[in-house]
Design a protein. Structure first.
Length: 466
């Protein structure tokens, strides 16, 4: 190892404001090292140093939950690590040689003395702090949004899967029922069924359909007894595979007496007549299931569109109540397997706000997601929305264990979370506060004690910042 020359250090912009005499002092405190392509130069070194890149290109990586993500390239002549050296912080990235690299290092203590003695060095380093922190913040915000979107996408996929599976099953069974309905007339004709008997069978079918529509749901035990009795009657009449038709007939209130009447009218076409009436009942039921399933899917898609304010950008007239309800729909998968009760206490006169709708929904998402996580499997979330003077005020309260005293002062800090690694998307309260305060000129505060935590959002009615 050797010291760099003044000529080698001069191209580095960190030293633009110092003369050769002071630069020679820097060179005297530096050590030159060379690295081959692919070699690790630094990896979260506990002893801060300044790295003066003389030749080649180095690349940096950040560790995000065990995954090494690229954080940028540094091409010579340049420097890195000065911020950590001034703040006595370990290097937060791994530095690797992208090409063959020649660099000089200065330890933190020596660099601090040089920076204090040379104001231009200090000014240049401090000028870099804001954009660096800004880039890191942006990366974390994007990661938080992606994780949040991933969590919601998984939940929505689960929510959509249930009605989609129900619709697929119903459509398959409906096709079978329609095949029975379409073939019955031919069977009646082939069996020699007279017009008068056919008309009476149609009347029975219509009566059964009408009675089923008006009939209340039957208790399970009573339904099981009715199915047993019908099964015996169908077996006596020689109807094959009675188990396929007994359930819809029993649910419609068909009894053994009606079956014998159908048999007396249909004669040799008894099996076709029974299957025809059962298929009519089943087709109506399956059509209702399909309508319900597609409506559920349509509501979820509409909720996503409203939540994201798709096709609508910038400031909009926003209904706070609609935004909260839509957010609860999006988070429905997290509530489904719990006994958490959600209470809504909305002022009917709450005005619409001039706001960034999608961003405001991110606030409700973070606050409600945290409340659900705090409660676990049971508890109560109370959402209050009211007008207070020139502001809309929204309280999101839960009766969970409260926020620990040691965490209360830090919950709005960037990147702070009390959640375990890999669970959820973090607290997201820094993001929520910036959206409320910076974008909407509002306020976000918390009051917490065991059994009661309230996050209060105040938003001006007259609109957000452009």
């Amino acid at each position: 190892m050797s010291a760099p020359t003044v000529a080698e250090l001069r191209p580095i912009d960190l030293f633009d404001g110092i003369d050769d005499e002071h630069l020679a002092d820097v060179a005297a405190h530096a050590e030159v090292r060379s690295y081959k392509r692919g070699q690790t130069i630094a990896d979260g070194d506990r002893e801060p140093k300044v790295y003066l890149l003389l030749e080649g290109t180095a690349e940096t990586f950040r560790d995000l939950n065990g995954v090494q993500e690229p954080a940028g390239d540094h091409a010579s002549p340049t420097w890195l690590g000065a911020i950590g050296a001034l703040t006595s912080s370990p290097l937060a990235v791994r530095v690797q040689a992208k090409t063959d690299v020649l660099l000089a290092t200065v330890n933190a203590e020596d660099f601090l003395e040089l920076a204090v003695a040379n104001r231009s060095i200090m000014q240049l380093v401090l000028a870099r702090v804001r954009p660096v922190v800004g880039r890191i913040t942006a990366i974390e915000q994007n990661r938080e949004r992606l994780e949040s979107l991933g969590t919601m996408a998984a939940g929505l996929a689960h929510e959509l899967n249930n009605p989609a599976a129900a619709a697929k099953r119903a459509s398959s069974e409906l096709a079978d029922a329609l095949e029975v309905l379409g073939s019955t007339i031919g069977i009646f004709v082939e069996s020699g069924l007279e017009r008068a008997e056919a008309e009476q069978l149609v009347q029975i079918q219509q009566q059964v359909l009408s009675a089923c529509k008006a009939r209340a749901s039957i208790p399970q035990l009573e339904l099981a007894d009715a199915e047993d009795a019908l099964g015996d009657a169908l077996e006596d009449l020689g109807v094959p595979e009675a188990h396929r038709v007994v359930e819809p007939l029993a649910q419609a209130g068909v009894d053994a007496e009606q079956l014998h009447r159908i048999s007396a009218l249909a004669g040799p076409a008894t099996t076709a007549a029974v299957q025809w009436i059962a298929a009519s009942l089943l087709a109506r039921e399956l059509a209702a299931e399909l309508a319900e399933s597609t409506e559920r899917m349509s509501k979820l898609v509409a909720a996503v569109k409203t939540y994201a304010y798709m096709d609508r950008g910038g400031l909009l007239e926003v209904d706070v109540k609609e935004g909260i309800d839509t957010t609860l729909t999006i988070l429905g998968h997290k509530l489904k397997h719990t006994t958490i009760e959600v209470r809504r206490e909305f002022d009917p006169d709450l005005p619409r706000l001039q706001a960034y709708g999608a961003e405001l929904n991110q606030v409700w998402t973070n606050l409600l997601d945290n409340a659900i996580d705090a409660l676990g499997d049971s508890g109560t979330i109370t959402i209050r929305a009211r007008r207070d003077g020139d502001c809309a005020e929204v309280d999101i309260e839960d009766d969970g264990p409260g926020i620990p005293a040691e965490a209360r002062e830090r919950i709005f800090d960037p990147f702070f979370t009390t959640k375990e690694v890999g669970r959820g998307t973090g607290l997201g309260l820094d993001t929520a506060r910036r959206i409320v305060v910076d974008r909407h000129r509002g306020s976000l505060n918390v009051d917490s004690e065991p059994g009661r935590t309230v996050f209060r959002v105040r938003l001006p009615v007259d609109g957000a910042r452009e």
